[in-house]
Design a binder for this molecule. Structure first.
Ligand code: ADP
Ligand code: MG
Length: 351
């Protein structure tokens, strides 16, 4: 009924701003007991439990800067935009409970495109058990802009900051590193091939894990839970959005300590190793400087080592030193080189 006869797509103007908001948000349900009022009033209302503290975090994603719609399906973009935020909540060792979603869209996007974006947001909200409790909708003259704010909670004594790492603590990372950056390289390469030959059928079988890590990352909701079960309270924690070396340096600067990171301990997926060989890239550099892994990096006291030893999700990759020793990578050849913070954007500029 709403469809435009020419394109089969619905223009945003056919719905109007309020119609669009209703249309996009009608499927959201409330499952968190702390959500008192969700979408539909001037503000959402969230109950605070007296023994808990709230954590709040926001990320802003711009088309052309943070995502490229030529290979990022809108559904995946919606999902990823939520993951980016939840990852920050989990990095505080907190439970994520609500998000708000703000979008700026041009009339280049039909309603059906926004439905896709919201389908991804809805899937993420269901799987991660969070309520979408508000947002804002406005027009953009250029690309798509998405800003998500996530709210979470934790007992005061459970919240983990970046500044608590102590000398001799162990440096631990979840999952494996570098795959998301390589996934982006594969997608960029295919985009160039497609430009030259739009009929080419890409064979991406060798890169499925890498592409999934780039297009459909998962935030580590399981880790705060696992740490609680193991009765391990990290001394510091951060999520890996910009690459391992820059996150380690953040922890070391905030905590006023140094560290030794061991190259041979950095966890890499076999697809990362084989694709680095194919692209003639150094896998350690990719793990250190590639971004968007959304794994967690934390430090624990050596006393807690037996509790995490052998856990398949966790790798000990180094240890904390006195600040005077600086931050170093110990290579496989046993040489010591200073860690430098190069985000993946900086890495791109060098190419
Ligand atoms: P106001 O004018 O008070 O900012 P709006 O009309 O923009 O209110 O929003 C009405 C309701 O819809 C509010 O609860 C708001 O949080 C929610 N909302 C608006 N835009 C979005 C969106 N893009 N996604 C989710 N909720 C939204
Ligand atoms: Mg508004």
């Amino acid at each position: 009924m709403l469809e435009n006869k020419d394109s089969g797509k619905t223009s945003i103007s056919q719905l109007g701003e309020f119609g669009l908001i209703d249309h996009l948000t009608k499927n959201f349900t409330i499952t968190q007991k702390s959500t008192v009022k969700g979408i539909g009033d001037d503000a959402a209302v969230i109950a605070s439990e007296s023994d808990k503290q709230l954590v709040v975090t926001t990320d802003l994603l711009l088309e052309g800067v943070h995502f490229d719609l030529s290979y990022m399906p809108l559904k995946h973009l919606g999902y990823k935009a939520v993951m980016v935020n939840l990852s920050d909540v989990y990095a505080m060792n907190a439970t994520a409970t609500q998000i708000t979603v703000s979008i700026a869209v041009s009339n280049r996007f039909p309603v059906e495109a926004l439905e896709e974006l919201y389908a991804g947001i809805e899937t993420a909200a269901k799987i991660y058990d969070i309520d979408v409790v508000g947002g804002d909708t406005t027009s953009s003259t250029t690309g798509l802009i998405i800003s998500i704010t996530a709210i979470g909670q934790a007992a005061k004594e459970d919240i983990v900051y970046r500044d608590g790492a102590k000398e001799n603590d162990l440096l631990v990372v979840t999952g494996d590193l570098g795959a998301a950056y390589l996934g982006l390289q594969v997608l960029e390469r295919e985009k160039e091939v497609f430009k030259v030959n739009p009929n080419s059928q890409p064979d991406l079988d060798a890169y499925t894990y890498l592409i999934e890590r780039q297009l459909k990352p998962e935030a580590r909701k399981d880790i705060p839970k696992l740490l609680a079960e193991l009765k391990v309270r990290p001394t510091s924690m951060i999520d890996i959005s910009d690459g391992l070396s820059s996150e380690i340096i953040h922890i070391c600067k905030s905590s006023d300590v140094g560290c030794n990171l061991y190259e041979d301990k950095i966890p890499l997926d076999p697809q990362v190793i084989s694709t680095c060989e194919e692209f003639e890239l150094d896998s350690t550099t990719i793990a250190l400087s590639g971004g968007e892994d959304y794994e967690l990096l934390f430090t624990i006291s050596t006393e807690d080592f037996p509790k995490i030893k052998g856990n398949p999700h966790l790798s000990v990759i180094g240890h904390i030193t006195d600040v005077k020793e600086g931050t170093h990578l110990i290579t496989r050849a046993n040489t010591k080189i200073p860690l430098i913070a190069r985000g993946w954007n900086a890495m791109k500029d060098e190419e």
